[in-house]
Design a protein around this ligand. Structure first.
Ligand SMILES: Nc1ncnc2c1ncn2[C@@H]1O[C@H](COP(=O)(O)OP(=O)(O)O)[C@@H](O)[C@H]1O
Ligand SMILES: [Mg+2]
Length: 330
């Protein structure tokens, strides 16, 4: 097996508050192989963005990584200094966020921003960096790069701005791209184009991708493997085809029911009743049990861990023998 580009092990992220410590990410582990696209999916509040933010070292204090490890090609990066991490972001890890203006400075021409990123991270002269910037803009499908390179971010449409962000994310040839809801803020008509572009570019550049989205449809079209998150934990992870055609966890089954293109229904989407718990009130046992149509004896009491099942891993008592502890069960 080749060494993963990214290895996350038992990651735990906590936010101390006046009312106690909130655990937003609780024991998350996964790998992303070179060139692989891992989709991370789950409803709002599942802990997807916090997981991505922890990996790139941008959890805002007093929030903190309370346990676990993040390895980038074998280098442990969760305990690096702010300065060392700044060098890794942009160079070895490219980032694409929901709002292109998170990545683009409105006060600078897009060419200046691209050239600055290129000269900071690659050993190129100003003229070479400009040539490289023009190539990147052409590659992400910006028409007339020679004129557009001197435009400001506000002179682009949302979709075009996200293309510029992709150029910026890929400018230093990163090994890993973390894309957090990269199309959620865009018109539906351009979402598919940006997703297709992200996929094609990362394949061409050989970058591994962590694609965070609440949209199982995006995952279905893009990812090689998918990790399904619920209440700060991964409840199922496996090859995208298996997870989509034969979801194991009742939560994944519920999410699958909400993809219009897969169910053939556009007007009546199956919704999972209830909502993601607040961090102050995560249910005991399996956090999904109050919403689960298949919940049974062990679920409110015992927390299931991920176990191999077919080609996937699933954390659910339906697939493993449950513990029988004297007094705990009726
Ligand atoms: N700075 C913070 N302080 C306290 N709780 C936070 C903070 N940031 C995020 N959270 C909580 O962490 C949980 C996971 O958030 P997030 O990772 O953004 O979810 P997702 O991206 O899956 O929608 C949410 O319940 C959110 O309210
Ligand atoms: Mg998010």
């Amino acid at each position: 097996m080749t060494e993963p580009v990214l290895s996350v092990r038992d990651l735990k992220v906590e936010f101390p508050t006046r009312r106690g410590i909130l655990t937003a990410v609780d024991g998350v582990s996964f790998d992303i192989a070179p060139g692989e696209i891992l989709g991370v999916v789950g409803e709002s509040g599942a802990g997807k963005s916090i997981t991505g933010t922890a990996i790139i070292g941008l959890i805002e204090p007093p929030g903190r990584i309370a346990a676990g490890e993040v390895m980038l090609r074998g280098l442990r990066i969760d305990a690096l200094s702010g300065e060392a991490m700044r060098k890794i972001r942009g160079k070895r890890i490219g980032m694409v966020f929901q709002d292109p203006l998170t990545s683009l400075n409105p006060l600078y021409r897009i060419g200046e921003q691209l050239i600055e990123t290129i000269t900071t991270h690659l050993n190129l002269s100003g003229a070479q960096a400009r040539t490289r910037a023009l190539e990147l803009l052409a590659e992400v499908g910006i028409p007339a790069p020679e004129t557009r390179i001197d435009n400001y971010p506000h002179q682009f449409s949302g979709g075009m701005r996200q293309r510029v962000v992709l150029a910026l994310a890929l400018a230093a040839e990163p090994e890993l791209v973390i894309a957090d809801e990269p199309t959620t803020a865009l018109d539906v008509s351009v979402q598919a184009q940006i997703i297709a572009l992200l996929k094609r570019l990362c394949r061409q550049h050989g970058a591994a991708v962590m694609l965070i989205t609440h949209d199982m449809g995006v995952i279905a079209e893009t990812a090689d493997r998918v990790a399904v998150m619920y209440a700060g934990r991964i409840v199922e992870v496996g090859p995208v085809r298996d997870v989509i055609t034969a979801p194991l966890h009742p939560y994944t089954k519920g999410l699958m029911g909400s993809i219009p293109s897969l169910t053939g229904e556009t007007d009546r989407l199956t919704q999972i009743p209830g909502s993601m718990p607040r961090l102050t009130a995560i249910p005991s046992g399996c956090a999904f049990h109050p919403r689960c149509p298949r919940a049974f004896v062990p679920c409110p009491t015992f927390r299931p861990e991920l176990q191999n099942e077919a080609k996937s891993q699933v954390a659910c008592w339906l697939y493993q023998p449950f513990p029988v502890t004297a007094g705990a069960l009726p």
